[in-house]
Every structure is written in structure tokens, then in C-alpha cells.
Ligand binder design. Structure first.
Ligand SMILES: [Zn+2]
Length: 458
């Protein structure tokens, strides 16, 4: 057992002054005692908040950050031209470089205040599309990176079968991603077996998108997963681009979110990543399912996706969480900030995500992203409460930005004005991984990452 005492702690029902957090040997919160004695407990050097789950990550893309911000030869750049560059990059990755990139990324996530990640993992095979001797090689590299960095992971092997709507064959650039249903399910079972019983690893699945799976395959995989783990999370990319909406309409006569809601048993287990382009009926329908909308505002801005209909979705009590997706930014507060800023720019108004009950925008979005992120990761995280993992962030009480601020105003200050330097200490599963803003393995992760990048850029 270990114990932590905080002068200010964000509990599920609000801020409390003076609370003791007892943590058991497995890294779970055993008890919270408000007003409890600090004897024998470590005193936190600032306010304690639950670490934020990052619900959408493609780890390897961190190594591309900044490489696609110049005009391409083909004229007008778009998501689709970016994707061609990304495919070229994918072709050069090997197991060791992937692991080095993921380790560095996860170290950065922890230093920024993310304590868990849902890794939407679609890179499965060698450069020629032939599976590795161990078909789970690349999944295991990513999970090993999470263990090295000390971040909780929900690993989502991706089912990718087609190159476009209507069962189009995959392109050469997609061959490292492709599995049929049987090979995919064997991969999922192998991963479930290997990582069973580990507190900080959870296995789910991710049908890549309606472009990459067909209705029959989606249903078969869902049924097979139900037989082995009826609570495993299911994530899918959806309605990110208007071209995707147009192609879905041409294929099925229905828009992507409407199609999914009508043809798949979407419920609390699901996370619909992006869901950018929705009608009012789709927005209301998604909110009613209890599924999470997985929003990635910095990547969505970077790729020119569009804006999620946040205001009506929140009015309908839809669940949201945030992810850093392509990792053009690795900062939970920048995602939350841009979730609100996109709306302000579009509506020429302020405090769009506030409600009569939750007037603080930054604090309100942080709380929503804790709930939605935990839900999407399908792990007991996102709250400082007994039975949850001890995934905690201690903010730097001495940082100039936080001086004179407390409670929800302090969270607003972090979300809108602060970045990583406001994060002082980070604990995952009861173990300190970041102290005074530095991850314990920062130097070795950077050195391995630099070697990997030099190999890739050669
Ligand atoms: Zn994605």
C-alpha cells in the first residue's frame, strides 16, 4: 500500500480540499478519505486530477509530424494527398523503428498529462504485405512500448480488408494493413491470450472504416468478439471527410453514421472516431446510443476534415473523448482547447461548450473527456475513486499560470493557457512515471527515437 495526500483533489462529484488517496499493491485506488490524515502519505506538490485517456492514436504517425506541411506536386492538398505521403512512410517502418517511435510518443503523452492510450493499430505485416513469423509482431512492439513508457494501453488491432466502399480491392499502399476475417480473429485471440490479466493492457478491435470492411465481415467479427469478450471495446473511423460521405451515399444511399446506426448494434462499447459530418438526426441518434464520439481536433484541423456538431451533441448528452490521432500535437489540453475554439470561430461566439450546470468550459470539457475516454478505453480509469487505477496528474502549484487559481478556474487556465509545463508529476497504476515534468526514461527514449528517425530519413 502507498498513500498520496492532496490539498486539492478532483473527485467525481467535484473538487475537495484535503483528501488522502490509498493505493493498493496492484495500482488500484483502495480508498479515498476526505479530510483524512496525511500521516505516512506523500504530499502532492499541487492539485491532483485524474490523468486524461487519449482515445485515438496511430503511434507511427508521430514520426511524420511536420513533414507534410508544404504544397504537394498534385495541386490542391487534402486528406487524400496526405494519405499518399503517409503510405509512403509506412512502407519504410520495421518492428524496431515502430517500437522506438511509439516509446518516444508515449513518453511525451505522459509528460503532457495523458495516462492511457487507445492504439488504433493497422500496421500488421512486413513491407511486402507478408505477415511476420509472429503475426502479432507489430502489435506486441506497440504494447511493449507502452509498458516501457508506463502508459496504460487499450490495443485495438484493426480489421482492414478493402480499399474502398463496395469491397474494392486494397491498393499496394494498404497491403501491410490487410487481413481477412479469420486471420484477424486469430490475431485478436493471440493478443487476448498473451496479455490477459495485465491491469494496464486491454484488447479490443477496430474495424478501420466503412471503406475498409464490408457489412458481412463487420457482422461476423462483431459476433465472434461477442463470444470471447462481450465487453471489449469497438472503435471505427467514420464520416471524417465529405468525400467519404459522398462515396457512402453512392454505395448505399445512406450517410456513414446513419448506415452504421441502422446496420450495426452500436451501443456503449463503441467509439465512433471523428463522426465529423452528421445531420441533426445522425447527431441525435449517435448521442442516444451511449457510444463515444472520439474527437481529435488538432488532427482534424491539420487534415482539413471539418467541424464536429458539438453543441447539439452535448445538449443531447452525447459522450465525447479526445485523441491525438496523427500526433501533430501531443497535448490533452490543446485538443480540448481546439474542440472549443473550432466552435467559437465557426459560430462567432464564446463558451460554446458550457451548459447551465457546467459553466466552466475548460473544466467541463476535461470532465467529459475523462468519462468518454475511460469508456472508450474500457478500463477502470478516468476518475479518482475506489476501484479505479491510480492514474493521477499533479499540476504544478508554483507555475505562474496557476498562481491564484483554484478549482474549475484552475482547470480552465490549464486547458486554455497551459501546456505540458503545467504538469508536474504523473502516476500510472500507482507508479510515478513523470517527476518534476520529466519522464524517468526521457533520455533513452529520445536517443532511440533519433536513431529510428535517422534510419527512416536515410
Ligand atoms: Zn485515426
Amino acid at each position: 500500500m502507498k498513500a498520496l495526500y492532496g490539498e486539492a483533489v478532483l473527485l467525481p462529484d467535484g473538487w475537495t480540499e484535503g483528501a488522502r488517496i490509498d493505493i493498493d499493491g496492484d495500482g488500484n485506488i483502495a480508498a479515498i478519505t476526505v479530510g483524512g490524515a496525511s500521516d505516512g502519505a506523500e504530499r502532492a506538490r499541487g492539485p491532483i486530477v485524474p490523468g486524461l485517456p487519449n482515445l485515438h492514436s496511430h503511434a507511427f504517425q508521430r514520426a511524420m509530424a511536420g513533414l507534410t506541411e508544404r504544397r504537394g506536386a498534385a495541386g490542391r492538398d487534402s486528406f487524400w494527398t496526405w494519405r499518399e505521403v503517409m503510405y509512403g512512410f509506412v512502407a519504410r517502418l520495421n518492428p524496431a523503428t515502430l517500437q522506438a517511435i511509439a516509446t518516444q510518443l508515449y513518453v511525451e503523452m505522459l509528460e503532457a498529462g495523458y495516462t492511457a492510450v487507445a492504439e488504433f493499430h493497422y500496421l500488421h505485416h512486413g513491407p511486402d504485405g507478408v505477415p511476420y513469423a509472429d503475426p502479432a509482431e507489430l502489435s506486441n512492439r506497440v504494447i511493449a512500448a507502452a509498458a516501457t513508457a508506463g502508459i496504460g494501453i487499450t490495443h485495438l488491432p484493426v480489421l482492414y480488408a478493402h480499399g474502398g466502399f463496395g469491397g474494392q480491392p486494397p491498393t499496394a499502399g494498404q497491403r501491410r494493413f490487410v487481413n481477412d476475417g479469420d486471420r484477424f480473429l486469430r490475431l485478436v485471440e493471440e493478443l487476448r491470450g498473451r496479455h490477459h490479466g495485465f491491469h494496464d493492457v486491454r484488447i479490443g478491435i477496430a474495424p478501420h472504416s466503412l471503406r475498409a470492411v464490408n457489412p458481412r465481415l463487420l457482422a461476423d467479427v462483431h459476433d465472434a468478439l461477442n463470444r470471447s469478450d462481450a465487453t471489449a471495446p469497438i472503435h471505427i473511423h467514420i464520416a471524417e471527410q465529405t468525400r467519404e460521405v459522398d462515396e457512402c451515399l453512392a454505395w448505399s444511399g445512406t450517410r456513414p453514421v446513419a448506415w452504421l446506426l441502422a446496420n450495426a448494434p452500436v451501443d456503449r462499447r463503441w467509439c465512433l472516431v471523428h463522426a465529423t459530418h452528421m445531420t441533426e438526426a445522425e447527431t441525435r441518434g449517435l448521442a442516444a446510443t451511449g457510444a463515444v464520439a472520439g474527437l481529435c481536433p488538432t488532427t482534424e484541423a491539420n487534415l482539413g476534415d471539418g467541424l464536429f456538431p458539438l453543441e447539439p451533441y452535448l445538449i443531447d448528452d452525447g459522450l465525447v473523448g479526445v485523441g491525438s490521432d496523427s500526433h501533430i500535437s501531443v497535448s490533452p489540453v490543446e485538443e480540448l482547447r481546439w474542440l472549443e475554439y473550432g466552435q467559437r470561430l465557426a459560430k462567432r461566439a464564446r463558451n460554446v461548450a458550457s451548459t447551465p450546470k457546467a459553466s466552466h468550459v475548460g473544466a467541463g470539457l476535461y470532465r467529459r473527456a475523462l468519462v468518454g475516454g475511460a469508456h472508450a478505453c474500457a478500463r477502470p480509469i478516468g476518475a479518482i475513486a475506489p476501484g479505479h487505477r491510480a492514474d493521477l496528474v499533479v499540476l504544478d502549484a508554483e507555475h505562474p499560470l496557476l498562481v491564484g487559481r483554484s478549482g474549475d478556474t484552475l482547470l480552465d487556465a490549464w486547458v486554455f493557457a497551459g501546456n505540458a509545463p503545467v504538469v508536474r508529476d504523473v502516476m500510472v497504476g500507482g507508479t510515478w512515471v513523470v517527476r518534476r515534468g520529466r519522464h524517468a526514461r526521457r533520455d533513452e527514449a529520445r536517443a532511440d527515437f533519433a536513431r529510428a528517425i535517422n534510419t527512416l530519413m536515410d
